[in-house]
Write a protein that binds this ligand. Structure first.
Ligand code: PLP
Length: 379
């Protein structure tokens, strides 16, 4: 129940990748047969990825995943437009893959505005409008939050950016395969995708860049990916990503219809069966697979360890913030006090989860919470 952290590789994806880990090992830059074969595979995958996003293949740049796509969007646009402005707008609830490059830009002399969110995690498009200055070059707002699942009004924010003549980047790492993600409908100029969140392999993803958008590559070297991303292509990963995107494009609605009733059963069961618990994030505008709770008096980390003992994989927030041991910046931005934010538990469902899985969790979680509270001096 931690599909927001990562997903298993779909069998069809693994099957498509296998030849490229074996006899089809060519380098796409080589002129001989094996190289051309690898090039063809990469370009076929690019067409599949583009097709799933409603983009043109020339607008897809393969990266090592969501983190690199976010870094490339933010640093690449900031560098390309340095002469035109020095101001970037983002939000307080972005993934670290967006926040850290923004902090880096600040150290380089750029100005960054971190917009607040309301108690459910929503960004107000009017706040974006008010934050734009003549020096603003880029706005970056995620499609849906990886911790609390809140879905942002991306179309409205895109309209504000278009009107202001400012590029708009959207981190769609959590939404591709769960919601419709069409670059024209969303109105984005740049969009990040990661394969391992959508039943593809780890270590591959892409940045969509609308034709005509000014951006510079940040990895310099052999000039692959039309000079936007040097480095020999991860051919097997890219092939797998292509198949995963094709499946995501065809199946997102079915996947969503599968997990939504499970999520609702989970939320109702937890809120109805355990005292002193609240749901974080927006009650309706949330990812179909996401449930995020706060349990008073206890630590989310302790709940996760107990659940792991029962064979249930869950997390406190994002996989990365677990390592830092700090209260989640997302929950703090929602106005939740640090003490309480440590009591968070995120459950994110996937295509293989069943009603039995949810019932197993609902049978065990109340006892886990009760036992931990019995040990807690706060309770
Ligand atoms: N952006 C969001 C919203 C994410 O959830 C993640 C992964 O957790 C990333 C970016 C980073 O993606 P990757 O793991 O492919 O680097």
């Amino acid at each position: 129940m931690d599909h927001a952290a990562t997903t298993p590789v779909h069998p069809a994806v693994a099957e498509a990748m296998l030849p490229y880990l074996g006899e089809r090992f060519g380098n796409p830059s080589s002129v001989y047969t094996e190289g051309r074969e690898a090039r063809r595979a990469v370009e076929e995958a690019r067409a599949k990825v583009a097709g799933a996003l409603g983009a043109d293949p020339s607008e897809i740049f393969f990266t090592s995943g969501g983190t690199e796509a976010d870094n490339l969007a933010i640093m690449g646009v900031a560098r390309a437009l340095r002469d035109r402005g020095d101001h970037v707008i983002t939000t307080a609830v972005e993934h670290h893959a967006v926040l850290e490059p923004c902090h880096y830009l600040e150290r380089e002399g750029y100005r960054v505005t971190y917009l607040p969110v309301d108690g459910s995690g929503l960004v107000d498009p009017d706040e974006v409008r008010r934050a734009v200055t003549p020096g603003t070059i880029l706005v970056s707002v995620m499609h849906a939050n990886n911790e609390v699942g809140t879905i942002q009004p991306v179309e409205e924010i895109a309209a504000v950016c278009r009107e202001a003549g400012v590029y708009f980047h959207c981190d769609a790492v959590q939404t591709v395969g769960a919601l419709e993600v069409d670059v024209d409908r969303l109105g984005v100029d740049l969009l990040s995708v990661s394969a391992h969140k959508l039943y593809g392999p780890k270590g591959v993803g892409c940045l969509y860049v609308r034709r005509g958008t000014e951006i510079e590559g940040i990895l310099l070297g052999g000039g692959q990916e039309r000079r936007m991303r040097s480095g020999t292509e991860n051919v097997a990963g890219i092939v797998g990503f292509g198949v995963a995107m094709e499946l995501a494009g065809a199946e997102w609605r079915r996947r969503s219809e599968h997990v939504k009733p499970l999520r609702d059963r989970l939320i109702e069961g937890v809120l109805g069966g355990i005292p002193r618990v609240r749901l974080n994030g927006h009650p309706e505008r949330r990812l179909p697979n996401n449930a995020n709770f706060i349990f008073d008096f206890i630590e989310g980390e302790a709940i996760c360890l107990r659940l792991d003992f029962l064979g249930i994989a869950a997390s406190t927030g994002s996989a990365c913030s677990s390592e830092r041991g700090e209260a989640s910046h997302v929950l703090l931005a929602l106005g939740i006090p640090p003490q309480k934010a440590h009591g968070s538990l995120r459950l994110t469902l996937g295509r293989d989860n069943t009603e039995e899985d949810v019932d197993y969790l609902l049978e065990n979680l109340p006892k886990v919470v009760q036992d931990l509270r019995a040990l807690s001096p706060l309770a």
